[in-house]
Write a protein that binds this ligand. Sequence first.
Ligand SMILES: [Mn+2]
Length: 243
Amino acid sequence: MKNAWAVSRETRKLSELVHSLREQGRFTLVLGGDHSIAIGSLTGVARATRQTHNGRGVSVVWVDAHADINTPSTSLSGYLHGMPLAFASGLAEGVAPFDWIRADHWIDLSRLVYIALRDVDEEERKTVASHGIKVFDMEDIARLGIQKVMELVLQHIGDASAIHLSFDIDSLDPKYAPCTGFPVEGGLSLSDSCYIGRCLHKSGRLVAMDLVEINPLLESDGLQQTLGSAQLIVSHALGFNEE
Ligand SMILES: [Mn+2]
C-alpha cells in the first residue's frame, strides 16, 4: 500500500471529525484530493448514523468511473484511492495500519449503489457480483436516462436511511473535468451530474458528500473548467439550484 501510514493517520482524524459533526446534525462536505479520504468520511458517517433513521444507518451513492473496492491483496497498483470501499465496508478487515476501523465504522454493501462505472478491475467485478452491489454503468444511463436511473437508485436503497454521496470528478466525461488523475472517456454529462446531486438533495436524506479527485497540478488550462463543474455539482447537491 502506498503512503499507508500517512493515509491511515489522516483518515482516522477525518473519521473522528466527521463523526462529531454528524452527531451535532451537521451536513459534512469533504473536498479532495485523493479518494482515499473517503475512508475517513464514510467510516465517520457510518458510525454516527448507526442509530439514526430508525436504525437504517447510511446508504452510499458512489459516483465514479472506477469501483474503488480493491483490497490490499487484490490491488494491482497499491494506490489507496482504489481501496476506500474495501476498508470502509470491512472487506479489508484488521489490515494494519487501518486496524482502527472496527465493525461500527462499516457501511453496508447491500446499500451501496454505483453510478457511472466504466473502468473496473477483474477482481473488483467479482467482488461487486458476489456482494450483489447495485451498479448503474454508463450504458445503463444511456439506455434508461438519468432520471430513471436515480428513481431506481432510491428504490434500491429504500426510503428510510441517511444517504452519503461520494462523488469522484472522474465520473464526468473528461471534457467537463480534465484535471483529474485517471480520466476515462465516455463519462457523465455535466447536466446529468448536477441532476444526481439535485435528486439526492430533494430526497431530504442526504447527510454527507465527498467531492474528490480534482488535481490542480495536472492541467492548468482545464483547471477553471474542472473547478466550475465541481462547484456546480456541489451547489445542486446542497440545494442551491432547486427548480
Ligand atoms: Mn474514485
